[in-house]
Design a protein around this ligand. Structure first.
Ligand SMILES: C[S@@+](CC[C@H](N)C(=O)[O-])C[C@H]1O[C@@H](n2cnc3c(N)ncnc32)[C@H](O)[C@@H]1O
Length: 230
């Protein structure tokens, strides 16, 4: 049975504020430039985890950057899911992606449909227990879940530099009257308040996932959590 989980989480408000028809057209450019090109490298780490998996669900696929990488690697069939219609439209312009507008906390697919569930920049916006439950449900036995997102750097010096970087982004966003200025204002706070790596590992363990591991990248500014359904 699917579509049972209906939750309200503070991350939903941020997601609805950040992702809309104003930010969708420039999303690919903004993510590439603001991460200094590291976005592609982080996404390659996700692909390395799913290797030969054939039926892949990209949760919060956005404009389809990650889904296109899965497709290009001929790793199998990829399905995209996202909350925001305008982002899905951008993804469909890139590739004939099978996609659905839905929340990751109520995935509209039957139990055991996929052998890999992946996501990039979703974890800080969702109820992580609901996410873990839905990933468990739609994964077939032996399936793998890979979650990547920004993290708050723990090293004090790095943390200071990271905050400074966001302060610069905020000024640049204001001066350029960018559609992204609201995102640049709030994103560092949303990241630091989410504590998603620890909370997600706990939720995955509670749900019964095994082989859970967490890696940090680029001086602690992003992280990846991987888990397997036995
Ligand atoms: C920063 S974008 C990331 C897009 C893509 N994964 C990437 O790596 O480029 C975040 C995406 O998460 C989606 N999103 C946020 N909360 C969501 C939720 N609860 N369920 C599904 N999608 C969600 C937004 O609509 C947006 O497209």
């Amino acid at each position: 049975m699917y579509g049972r989980v209906l939750v309200h989480h503070k991350g939903h408000a941020s997601a609805r504020k950040f992702f809309n028809s104003y930010t969708a057209p420039s999303y690919d450019f903004v993510v590439r430039t603001t991460t200094f090109g590291r976005d592609a490298a982080w996404k390659s780490q996700i692909l390395a985890e799913i290797r030969t998996r054939k039926k892949v669900l990209d949760l919060a696929c956005g404009t389809g950057i990650l889904a296109a990488m899965v497709d290009a690697g001929s790793r199998g069939r990829v399905t995209g899911l996202d909350l925001t219609f305008e982002y899905l439209q951008m993804a469909r312009r890139k590739m004939p992606l099978a996609c659905v507008q839905a929340t990751a906390e109520a995935i509209p697919y039957r139990d055991g449909t996929f052998d890999a569930v992946i996501s990039s920049y979703l974890a800080k916006y969702v109820d992580l227990r609901a996410l873990a439950g839905e990933c468990w449900r739609v994964l077939a036995p032996g399936g793998i879940a890979v979650f990547h997102d920004f993290t708050c750097p723990e090293n004090p010096a790095m943390h200071g530099l990271w905050r400074l970087y966001f302060a610069i982004l905020r000024v640049a966003g204001e001066l350029a009257r960018s559609s992204w200025k609201g995102v640049f204002c709030d994103l560092d706070r949303v990241i630091c308040e989410s504590h998603w790596t620890g909370a997600l590992q706990e939720a995955l363990q509670e749900r019964g996932f095994a082989g859970i591991k967490c890696k940090r990248y680029t001086l602690g500014t992003t992280g990846m959590v991987v888990a397997k359904k036995p």
